[in-house]
Structure formats: structure tokens, C-alpha cells
Write a protein that binds this ligand. Sequence first.
Ligand SMILES: Cc1ncc(COP(=O)(O)O)c(C=O)c1O
Length: 279
Amino acid sequence: MALGERNIFNENFDNLMFPVKRAPWPSTWINDEEVEIKENKAIKILTKLLKKPTVAVILEPLVQGAGGMNMVRPEFIRQVSEIVKNNNSLLIADEVLTGFGRCGSLFAFQKANIIPDLISISKGLTGGFLPMGITLAKETIFQSFISDSPKKTFWHGHSFTANPLGCAAANASLDLLEKDPIKYLSFEEKHLSHLKKIKELPLVKNIRVTGTIAAFDIEIGKNKGYLNNIGKRIKALSIKKGLFIRPLGNVIYLLPPLCITDNQLEKSYRIIYEILSDL
Ligand SMILES: Cc1ncc(COP(=O)(O)O)c(C=O)c1O
């Protein structure tokens, strides 16, 4: 909670949380002419922040999920990784949402060609079928807890750590993913072909795609944000037409299961197009 941006979810607890410094996230989209300016600014601020000894930098590689499907270029993540390494800080990649094919590679960090020090994974690990999460650490970090002295042990575990059913579901889901990587490797083009039509709608702004995730904003003037009502209206209308989407405020996104058929995807976009045309 401390790490997340202060917002409706956590601001009531602000005085209980440890201080965290934040660097800007240079969100980008198709035909964004200012992407480099935004990235340079973010890198400058991060570099300045890291002048102070810093334990770790954490980010969601390529796509900030619940934050609004905010996407950045792989080059930016690569630059961040280099700066973090040069400062002897740890880089933590939160791949809870982005992992397991979501961003068009098995893990998002691979697209950026980096190796984080720690990685958190969950959701897609079991295909969402059973709850399970894992924290992965580089060998050097792992080894620092290995000792004859119990004082070195990382004394933390969950009641259901390595739950056998969770592990079985994860193994089954990983088998499917390994057998059929084409399911996530070729997804971007599918989204882009449908987005051509969506792009024509005057209310639609900032279209972005990373792997299996597609998102765009609905132009609503000043009242942006998670609690904007437009998303609720669009959601209600789309459920009536047989599509369950969950907009984040004015951000409409599709993050379909990898088993979605071409027809189902086409229908999803058709319903969204119809609703937005009538708004
Ligand atoms: C990117 C990201 N990180 C972390 C979490 C929280 O994960 P968990 O519920 O396993 O604590 C979520 C949950 O939605 C998430 O989307």
C-alpha cells in the first residue's frame, strides 16, 4: 500500500505508511509525438532521486495495470534498469498483471531485455484458476539468506505457501502456455486490426496496445480518474449487449483470456464500437 500512488484506495492510511519517492511514468500511445520528452524527464527525475542511497526501485514493466493501463516503451524500462544497476539499487519487477504472455512475451521484462533482481508473479501463474503468488529472487539475493545461522533465515511464510492444488493448477496452466505461445505472440495485430475502426470515433483518445492488452481513453474533459462515471455507464450498456468489461474510470481496456476466439474478440470490439457511437 505504501508503494502505490496515494488515491481513493489508500489515502486514508497515508500517515501509517512508510515514505516512498515516486518518479513519473511516461505513459505513451500510438502516434505520441512527445514520448521522448516525457521519457527524458522521467529519467532525469529518477536519476536525481537515486542520488540518495536507495534500496530498491519497483515498477510494473511495460504496463501499469490498475493505475489506468498506462503503457511505456521497452526502451524506457531498459534505461531505468541501467540507472538502477549503476546506483547499486535493486530493481523489482511487479509482473502480477504483466506476466505469462500478457505483454506479448512470456514476461514483460524480457521484451525490455532486462533482468530484474526480484520479480513478483501471480494472476496468470495459475491462469487465474486458483490463488497463488510467487516472489522470484536472483541467486545472489537467495544465497544471502542461506546460512547455518537461523538469524539469516527469511522468516516469512503464508499459511498456504506452496499449496499443492495451487501448484498443480500452475503447472497445468504453464504447460498450456508453453505448448501454445502463438496465443500471446500474435495478439497485438489482432487488437490493432479492430482498433482501426475504434480510432475513427471522436471521443476515443490515446489508443495503446502492448501484447494482449489494448486500451484507450474516452475524452471527458477535466473529470478524469478512477471514479469518473462514464466507465460505469459504458460497463452497464456493454453487459446488456453480452460483453463484460470493467473500465478504469474513463479508460476502456480489453485484456481478454488467451483462449478467446477471433469471433469473440470481433464481437467485443463491435459492441464497444456500437456503445461509443451512441454516447
Ligand atoms: C500489478 C499488481 N501487483 C500486485 C497486485 C496484488 O497482488 P496480490 O493480490 O497477489 O497481493 C495486483 C493485484 O491486482 C496487481 O495488479
